[in-house]
Design a protein around this ligand. Structure first.
Ligand SMILES: Cc1cc2nc3c(=O)[nH]c(=O)nc-3n(C[C@H](O)[C@H](O)[C@H](O)COP(=O)(O)O)c2cc1C
Length: 198
């Protein structure tokens, strides 16, 4: 390289130019900024899942947001008889018929104050969030927190469950929420990141 070549190099690469080395550095910078943005919001991914479907989505969200995952675990796990929606007397049927039902959950070691955003996941039960989700909400101080519902279902939308949660807990800053039935890993990750950037 002659002196002129070096000068030209620095001149054209001052703003990145087309120089591959500088382009790479620029890309890394953008990536770092992206990571910083994610790191800025401390994320908790709390979920209840009776048969594992919602759990898989929760893991993807936690991966994409570097969030801490916390499973909402009922003191008494639901057997398949408990989950039988065809039986009006099954445990899940009785709980969902009673809006005041609050099944006991295991105590989690979570300091909710340490988080800016809480993703809250559940399966749709009778078009609503299972009552164990209410137990979780009422066991933590979520006032003023940003809570982002997500759900899986056999076909119902998430809309009614979110409407009910908003009405029951108006002190929480609810996001619209997202049904993740047909979302693959890339879709879930893109959505979770977009929530943090908005
Ligand atoms: C008691 C019970 C009630 C349900 N009610 C609905 C419903 O109203 N609408 C719907 O689309 N799916 C309903 N489902 C199906 C679940 O929402 C669906 O299978 C979900 O993905 C299960 O998630 P999980 O594996 O995380 O528990 C119900 C399932 C159970 C066990």
């Amino acid at each position: 390289m002659t002196i002129t070549d070096v000068q030209t190099f620095y001149r054209t690469s001052a703003d990145g130019g087309d120089n591959p080395v500088v382009m790479r550095t620029k890309k890394n910078k953008e990536k770092e900024m992206d990571n910083d943005k994610n790191a800025a919001a401390k994320v908790l991914v709390a979920y209840f899942s009776a048969t594992g479907t919602t759990a898989r989505k929760a893991e993807l969200i936690a991966g994409a947001t570097r969030g801490k995952i916390a499973e909402i675990m009922p003191e008494e796990t639901y057997s398949s008889a408990d989950l039988d929606w065809n039986n009006p007397r099954s445990r899940s049927s009785s709980e969902m018929k009673n809006p005041a039902s609050r099944p006991a959950i295991k105590k989690e070691d979570i300091d909710i104050n340490g988080y800016d955003v809480v993703f809250l996941g559940y399966p749709i039960w009778w078009d609503e969030a299972p009552r164990a989700v209410n137990t979780f909400i009422e066991s933590h101080s979520l006032k003023g927190k940003r809570v982002v519902p997500f759900a899986t279902s056999g076909g119902s939308t998430i809309a009614n469950s979110v409407r009910t949660l908003k009405r029951t807990y108006p002190e929480i800053r609810w996001n619209d929420g997202k049904l993740l039935n047909n979302a693959d890993a890339a879709d879930v990750e893109a959505w979770a990141k977009s929530v943090l950037h908005n």
